[in-house]
Design a protein around this ligand. Structure first.
Ligand code: AMP
Ligand code: MG
Length: 323
């Protein structure tokens, strides 16, 4: 039995996995009162809810603490204060229970959880708040084939939304507004498999200030930004010869992005996988899921003092020992 703790940004989550099966996945999200995420405030949130969520997860999984073999922890990458709050909690529990801590890279957990939906060797389009990457496995590592050159797609959407008076998280509201919008041309910025969003952000904000309709801007944002992501993902699939696509990250909850991905895969006769929403957003179950794989391979530090946070660890720095 592995308990996974997610703490990299706004979400504190606890998931329990046994033999590849997810028994529980509970979470609580820090929502800023105004503006964007304040890391210290989010860390405070994590400290406040940790104990409660821990017990809730164990109760829902109907297990007692003695059954826990290890604690998997999202120690990278993310906001340092949030990672530290999660690590302190994990270490306290690990010491009490005398179990090891398995450090997990959050981005790779998003990729691996795609396997529960059946993908074997996919390209991952990871579209979340802070991260936007096209990732796939090649010779011992998950390589980043393309990524944003400025801000993450989710942060971009949230910033534009905030400018238009919509509070965090802006993504779901923009999706609703887009349903009644029509197309306006926006800057489309893709170089190879890399994308950037700040030009589009400036343009949308200028158009909004000039009185352009919020529905039309929302629709055009989605059509343009998502087309860029799908183009980059398709180029990666063609280039490295993979015929599966998996979505990950909170922005992947968007039905228009899912629809575009589905169409692209159909056209090139590739398989499309999209995990359930609770596994797309940040969650503890995906941390536990990858944690169990590493636990079974006995691939984790023997001494919990070796565990530390790695706020800037990159996906391609992790040696993939389990494949
Ligand atoms: P994550 O960082 O993976 O937890 O995802 C959070 C991000 O997903 C935030 O930027 C949200 O605005 C975004 N998001 C959530 N739901 C949607 C949606 N339906 N459409 C677009 N973005 C979304
Ligand atoms: Mg994430």
């Amino acid at each position: 039995m592995i308990v996974g703790i997610e703490c990299t940004a706004h979400t504190f989550g606890v998931g329990v996995v046994d033999n590849g099966k997810i028994l529980t996945n509970v979470k609580d999200m820090y929502v800023p009162k105004k503006g964007g995420i304040v890391p210290i405030e989010s860390a405070k949130h994590h400290k406040e809810v940790a104990e409660k969520l821990w017990w809730e997860a164990l109760e829902k999984a109907r297990i007692n603490e003695k059954k826990i073999d290890a604690i998997a922890l999202s120690n990278a990458p993310g906001l340092a204060p949030c990672l530290k709050a999660g690590m302190d909690f994990a270490k306290k529990k690990a010491m009490e229970l005398k179990v090891p801590i398995i450090p997990i890279n959050h981005c790779i957990a998003h990729l691996e959880i795609g396997r529960i939906s059946g993908a074997k060797d996919p390209v991952l389009l990871y579209a979340s708040g802070a991260n936007t990457q096209i990732i796939a496995y090649a010779s011992g590592k998950y390589r980043v084939f393309g990524e944003t050159l400025d801000i993450g797609i989710g942060n971009f959407i949230d910033k534009v939304a905030r400018h238009m008076g919509i509070p965090f998280p802006g993504g779901p509201k923009i999706e609703q507004l887009a349903k009644n919008g029509k197309y306006i041309e926006l800057p489309y910025s893709i170089k190879g498999m890399d994308v950037s969003f700040s030009g589009m952000q400036t343009k949308i904000q200028q158009l909004f200030d000039k009185g352009e309709k919020i529905e039309d801007l929302s629709f055009s944002l989605q059509e343009t930004a998502f087309a860029m992501l799908i183009e980059a993902a398709e180029r990666a699939m063609a280039h490295i010869n993979k015929n599966e696509l998996v979505l990950g990250g909170g922005v992947a909850c968007n039905s228009r992005l899912q629809e575009m991905a589905k169409i692209m895969c159909k056209e090139r006769e590739a398989k499309f996988f999209c995990p359930a929403k609770e596994f797309l957003v940040d969650n503890g179950a995906m941390i536990a899921f990858l944690g169990e794989i590493l636990f079974n391979k006995k691939n984790y530090p023997r001494n919990i003092n070796e565990v530390d946070i790695l706020p800037r660890e990159r996906t391609d720095e992790v040696y993939v020992s389990w494949r």
